[in-house]
Design a protein around this ligand. Structure first.
Ligand SMILES: Nc1ncnc2c1ncn2[C@@H]1O[C@H](COP(=O)(O)OP(=O)(O)OP(=O)(O)O)[C@@H](O)[C@H]1O
Ligand SMILES: [Mg+2]
Length: 365
């Protein structure tokens, strides 16, 4: 069955409507016409056009209003405004308001056909892009669900059983066997960590994240992050010096994912710094933002790595030589910070140290 593209023309001049119908006769379009804005909008709801021609100057509601209403009803409908002589400025204005093109009166049949064809093509591309994005989201969700059911769940079950087995055999295990258990457990923990980070990169669903935003003090997720890194810091004898004011203005966000941002950045500072060094975490107000800096005196990041460290699965040369990882932590951190309308910056010098600064807008209540 043929799927004809639909064109709606809204114009108060009878001759314009007639001549358009005449021009498109035999063309592969389905045509509807209306002689004022209000009936045009009513017709639009049931006709669902791909392309609308709207006269800017009509009695009753104006072409501009029609333009805005169509954008509210369905922003993928392509709109071309029909303008009289010497109204270039209103055409420009209309295009700012979302019109795709304009057709100056009087127009030749060829001009009209050309613009109609371009408009229909535009609509097709828009719908294709939307379908593609939907498909990609679906794939992402499916992949996340496969990783989580087919990989994560069985591995977690194995981990549980290993723990149980080790506990049952505890008294009978020699040192070498105990050592083997430790290795198995460590590898399993790494695998699970990796899967969890993959899931994070694939599944940071920004819209869902935003739904749970509440005003909060940045001190809280920072403190939670530092607490969860206690063991790692102690193992490397690194002191995390925190200078975070308790009375900073609130930010709007999600506590758990913000804590994840700081775990990833402070965790890196610990990972890529020598034993016995210090990591400094500060938070202060800078104009309308809260700026949180994490400063280490570790290995630093080479200049050629700097533009890529926030990409998923990228690891710096220096980083690879001193510690394991998957190149995911900063990618996740950036996604979360951007979902909060914030930014992350880095300054680093090889051999001297690195400072990451996260900026989050202050909540305007
Ligand atoms: N504080 C730091 N000092 C030196 N290099 C760093 C620091 N933070 C990040 N890097 C570099 O940036 C790279 C990317 O960091 P990211 O946290 O994304 O991944 P990762 O630490 O390698 O792995 P993981 O996914 O386990 O976090 C690291 O591999 C490292 O080379
Ligand atoms: Mg990391």
């Amino acid at each position: 069955m043929e799927n004809k593209a639909k064109i709606l023309i809204i114009d108060d001049e009878e001759v314009v409507l007639d001549s358009c119908a005449q021009i498109l006769k035999g063309a592969p379009y389905q045509l509807a016409t209306a002689s004022d804005g209000t009936s045009g909008l009513t017709l639009l709801q049931e006709f669902r056009p791909d392309l609308v021609f709207v006269d800017l100057k009509m009695p009753g509601i104006s072409g501009f209003e029609v333009l805005e209403k169509i954008g509210e009803i369905d922003p993928t409908i392509v709109i071309v405004v029909i303008t009289g002589f010497a109204t270039v400025s209103s055409a420009v204005e209309a295009m700012k308001k979302g019109a795709y093109d304009f057709l100056p009166k009087p127009f030749t049949p060829d001009e009209f056909r050309l613009i109609a064809r371009r408009g229909i093509e535009r609509r097709k591309l828009m719908l294709e892009a939307i379908a593609l994005r939907k498909e990609r989201d679906l794939l992402r969700e499916q992949f996340a669900s496969i990783v989580s059911h087919e990989l994560k769940a069985p591995l977690s079950a194995i981990q549980q059983n290993i723990f149980a087995l080790e506990f049952e055999l505890e008294k009978r295990l020699g040192p070498e066997q105990k050592e083997k258990f430790e290795r198995i457990k460590a590898r399993l923990t790494d695998l699970l960590k990796m899967i969890n980070s993959w899931l994070r990169v694939i599944a940071v669903d920004i819209d869902r994240l935003k739904e749970g935003f509440v005003p909060l003090s940045i001190a809280e997720p920072i403190a939670n992050a530092i607490e969860s890194l206690d063991t790692l810091a102690a193992r490397k004898n690194i002191k995390i010096v925190s200078e975070v004011g308790q009375d900073l203005p609130a930010v709007l966000g999600d506590k758990v994912s913000l804590a994840e941002v700081f775990v990833n950045i402070i965790g890196n500072a610990l990972k890529y710094s020598p034993d016995g060094s210090n990591v400094r975490v500060t938070a202060r107000q800078e104009e309308q933002t809260i700026a949180i800096s994490i400063e280490d005196s570790g290995i630093g990041i080479a200049e050629e790595d700097l533009p890529h460290i926030f990409d998923g699965f990228y690891r710096g040369k220096g980083g690879q030589t001193v510690a394991g990882g998957h190149g995911i932590g900063l990618a996740v951190a950036r996604q979360i910070v951007e979902a909060h309308n914030g930014s992350i910056e880095v300054e680093s010098e090889v051999g001297t140290g690195t400072t990451f600064t996260v900026r989050l807008p202050i909540h305007q209540s």
